[in-house]
Ligand binder design. Structure first.
Ligand code: NAP
Length: 144
């Protein structure tokens, strides 16, 4: 059975991926900050389908978040066949008017974590000769 890791699995597009993949008998690693939502989703999917669903609560804007998450997956003894970099958020408006902290957080989540996770999981996939990565996260545009 294949295993998919989904960042931002607690709502929206990430949760939708989790439902679709569970229905196709794919084991899941569900990642986000909202522990209750993730546990509820994992229990629901394990009850409904014949899959294993692991929850990893991780704030992906934290320094070294990608490495921490990768190490936690390794400690669970899991091999990730499909990585879905989905966690992210957007912001709109004139750059000069938007809070700088929020812009930096967005870059850390939408870009730094995505690049870090890709760089950590891709070599294993290449070694195995199989694996896929879907990048959903993208940075929002500004007016100026
Ligand atoms: N929906 C759209 O129209 C649209 C358009 C363009 C791009 N996108 C991109 O598509 C992706 C999913 O969008 P969505 O609409 O499904 O968003 P959403 O419903 O707001 O879900 C975002 C997910 O990311 C997680 N997340 C947010 N901050 C996080 C952090 N610091 N660490 C770990 N997880 C974090 C959230 O969980 P927690 O809050 O529990 O951490 C949640 O599970 C995002 O990357 C978004 O930028 C969406």
């Amino acid at each position: 059975m294949e295993t998919a890791l989904i960042t931002g699995a607690s709502s929206g597009i990430g949760e939708a991926f989790a439902l679709e993949l569970a229905a196709k008998n794919t084991n899941l690693v569900l990642v986000a900050r909202s522990e209750d939502k993730l546990n509820q989703l994992a229990q629901q999917l394990q009850g409904q389908f014949n899959i294993r669903a692991e929850v990893i609560v991780q704030n992906l804007t934290e320094p070294e978040a990608a490495r921490t998450l990768f190490d936690r997956v390794e400690r669970l003894g899991l091999s990730v066949d499909l990585l879905i970099n989905n966690a992210g958020f957007g912001d709109y408006g004139a750059f000069a008017d938007r809070p700088l902290d929020k812009q930096i957080e967005m870059i850390q989540l939408n870009i730094t974590a995505l690049v870090g996770l890709t760089g950590l999981f891709l070599p294993e996939m290449k070694q195995r000769g199989s694996g896929s990565i879907i990048n959903v996260s993208s940075i929002a545009g500004f007016q100026d």
